[in-house]
Design a protein around this ligand. Structure first.
Ligand SMILES: [Zn+2]
Length: 208
């Protein structure tokens, strides 16, 4: 598709940001622009429950067949779908507070932690132990709660695992996106956007 900035992609009729977080949970957080203000996003990419489903498929969290069936379910239950999207966006904001509080060593609101923890605990309680080839695996029921529950369970893994210490906040102007920096070398969410803008600004400053 022509006309889209290089950091965006048209997926099944929905414009989505390309994943740059090196972790699907961080890419979930990066589905809105400009976290620096904490106000409304300048650009919101999860504009509908269907867009959230398509994002899940885009980053490989749900198989396309599941997304297809859930889109059908959602069209029959628009009120529930809207409520699920609202919960997902609230969880995203709480998760951002929790992750940046830990990433910067600052403090974060207890309310955000409690909010995120409640969503994660609920998701954890919905898991079913299913017989698999070589033992068993945890699976979530295929319903309208599944997409957020899956992100929430991955968020729990991130928060409790070794990657948590490597979460960084992009310092780009009006950005605040999160990414994993395992080797301590990454500065920007993306060289194509924030890194390049910073280079251009530095260049302009040298010319002055
Ligand atoms: Zn950035």
């Amino acid at each position: 598709m022509t006309g889209l900035p290089s950091h965006l992609e048209l997926v099944q009729g929905v414009v989505l940001p390309k994943p740059v977080g090196a972790d699907p949970v961080l890419d979930f957080v990066n589905t809105r622009s400009d976290w620096t203000t904490r106000g409304p996003a300048r650009t919101e990419w999860l504009t509908s429950y269907e867009a959230f489903l398509i994002w899940n498929s885009y980053v490989g969290l749900l198989p396309p067949a599941t997304v297809f069936r859930l889109i059908e379910q959602a069209s029959g239950k628009p009120t529930e779908a809207a409520r699920r999207l609202h919960t997902a966006l609230e969880f995203r904001a709480d998760l951002y507070d929790v992750l940046t509080g830990q990433a910067t060593g600052g403090s974060f609101a207890d309310g955000s932690f409690d909010g995120a923890a409640r969503v994660i605990e609920k998701a954890s309680g919905r898991r079913q132990l299913v017989r698999a080839d070589e033992g068993a695996s945890w699976e979530l029921p295929e319903d309208l709660a599944q997409p957020l529950d899956q992100v929430a369970l991955l968020a729990a893994e991130l928060l409790t695992g070794p990657s948590r210490a490597h979460v960084r906040v992009c310092p780009g102007e009006s950005c605040g996106w999160l990414f994993l920096d395992q080797r301590g070398r990454r500065r920007w969410c993306s060289m194509a956007t924030c890194g390049n803008r910073a280079k251009v600004r530095a260049h302009a400053a040298r010319l002055r």
